[in-house]
Design a protein around this ligand. Structure first.
Ligand code: KL2
Length: 480
């Protein structure tokens, strides 16, 4: 039999009718060939389709696209005058690293083997990403040795990128692409969530944080961050600690100034694969701004076992329970310049590596401030009336974050972004309350997902569905 690509997938001819006949292959999946399909309802203006005879599931590109429309969110309206705002469209997609697919091949036994090859998946992924027409794209599970080839079409379209591989022996990582005609990269951090000698932070997950300004309006700035947190479904405690580190880094990038009403931050978008389900501990922490982990189990649910103490991460990292770098906060309040970050290994832009980090921070700073670096709760007054906490048993953060998706349809049926024994949501776009989403890339509900041929298939190139949102970013008025 001819290869699927030769018969069905012709990128140059997307308007051909999908006149198809189904051929059952040895591995129980059906795929299409041009020429003999008679059912008028399946005559579609695309030549791509995939089906799964075992479950009677069938999808073609057009049906998939009907599920995945860009839809206006709530009552948010476009600004009357578009000169007042910039339309930022962001896409986030875990593209399934080929090496992880092959390492966990038992997860893909019911799939058509041909749809699992990188040769087939790569053009499907690139096509779906390109069709979204996003000006910022955040990808997870980008295999390092596929990177240079993968970014070619995006570079041709004018995107520039940041890449951060997961640490140690891992072969995949994060790719953040931004349209360089529209954005200038002001600053970035490639954050390693691996911190030597800390049990809760001994995994290889990473984050990328980018501070971008509008090329035609440099005062308008935004912080975009992406991550892919630990997979282990039982270890929400690890994901909470990873989130604390990442938020401390985001806080450092997004801070603008202190005002009478409190600190002012740039708009923030935090997106990626968090490997956690909606309304669970870390999700509540992000969206409610506060979470008490003390006495909870590793799942962050009340539990008799493995109860967490009041100390989540050691104070030697100098990150407060409000997800702020103690040194930076101290110097900010004392107006003394920039303090040092105690995270290990994270990569900074070249010009900043040996730059002006004036004050070293080690646990001496905490001891000078009478912090007991053991595990009991510490409250330190930095300035009169301004205290920070370590190991209090509760984490807070200074942002008001919302999720673009509500994780259920208007009829209350759950949405999903991936399949792990069942269809669940693990991918999110969170945003701060000084930026407004106006559209989302609609996700299918669980029952719609169940009707799909197993992913990846010949339409969907990953074991995740991509997520996307369009934001209205208020343009700053230039001060003349
Ligand atoms: O859930 V994922 O897939 O976001 O799609 O993130 C992880 C898992 C990814 C990186 O660690 O690899 C997948 N069983 C199933 N999938 C696994 C396992 C596992 N034991 N370990 C890693 N992954």
């Amino acid at each position: 039999m001819e290869s699927y690509l030769d018969t069905c997938y012709d990128q140059n001819n997307t308007t051909t009718m999908c006149d198809v006949s189904f051929h059952t292959t040895s591995n129980n999946l059906v795929y299409c060939q041009p020429g003999a399909f008679s059912d008028i309802t399946h005559n579609v203006k695309t030549n791509i389709c995939a089906a799964d005879t075992k479950h009677g599931n069938y999808i073609d590109k057009e049906r998939y696209k009907i599920m995945r429309k860009w839809k206006r969110i709530g009552k948010n309206r476009l600004a009357d005058n578009m000169d007042d705002s910039f339309i930022l469209r962001l896409l986030s997609f875990n593209i399934l690293a080929q090496n992880l697919l092959e390492d966990h091949s038992y997860l893909y036994q019911d799939h058509n083997k041909k749809a699992l090859s990188w040769k087939i998946r790569k053009p499907l992924l690139i096509q779906e990403i390109r069709e979204a027409d996003a000006n910022i794209i955040c990808l997870q599970e980008m295999q390092e040795d596929h990177l240079l080839d993968f970014v070619i079409p995006f570079k041709q379209l004018g995107y520039e990128y940041l890449y951060k591989k997961r640490t140690n022996d891992k072969k995949d990582g994060l790719l953040l692409l931004y349209h360089s005609n529209q954005f200038v990269l002001l600053d970035y951090a490639k954050v390693e969530l691996y911190q030597a000698g800390i049990e809760l932070l001994n995994r290889d997950n990473v984050g990328i944080i980018a501070k971008l300004s509008l090329r035609d309006n440099p005062e308008t700035q935004i912080v975009v961050a992406t991550t892919h947190l630990l997979y282990n479904p039982r270890r929400n405690d690890v994901r909470l600690a990873q989130t604390q580190l990442l938020l401390a880094e985001i806080e450092r990038f997004a801070f603008v100034e202190n005002t009478i009403t409190g600190p002012k931050y740039l708009p923030i978008i935090l997106t990626g694969d968090f490997n956690l389900e909606p309304f669970t501990g870390v999700y509540k922490f992000l969206t409610e701004g506060s979470f008490e982990y003390y006495g909870k189990g590793r799942s962050l649910e009340p539990s008799q076992y493995n109860s967490l103490s009041k100390s989540l991460i050691p104070s030697r990292l100098c990150i407060t329970d409000n997800c702020q770098h103690f040194n930076i906060l101290t110097q900010r309040l004392r107006k003394e310049g920039t303090g040092k970050v105690m995270l290990e290994n994270s990569e900074l832009p070249l010009q900043k590596r040996d730059g002006n980090m004036t004050v070293s921070c080690n646990t001496n700073i905490l001891q000078q401030n009478n912090v007991n670096i053991n595990t009991s709760t510490q409250i330190i007054e930095i300035e009169k009336g301004y205290s920070v906490r370590f190991s209090s048993g509760t984490l807070t953060h200074p942002f008001k974050m919302h999720s673009v998706y509500r994780h259920a349809s208007a009829h209350g049926e759950k949405e999903a972004t991936t399949y792990q024994d069942k269809w669940i949501t693990v991918d999110y776009i969170f945003y701060s309350n000084n930026i407004q989403p106006i559209e989302k890339y609609v996700l299918p509900t669980v029952s719609q997902c169940t009707a799909l041929p197993k992913i990846p298939n010949f339409i969907i190139g990953s074991d995740h569905l991509c997520i996307g949102a369009t934001f209205q970013l208020p343009r700053k008025k230039s001060v003349l």
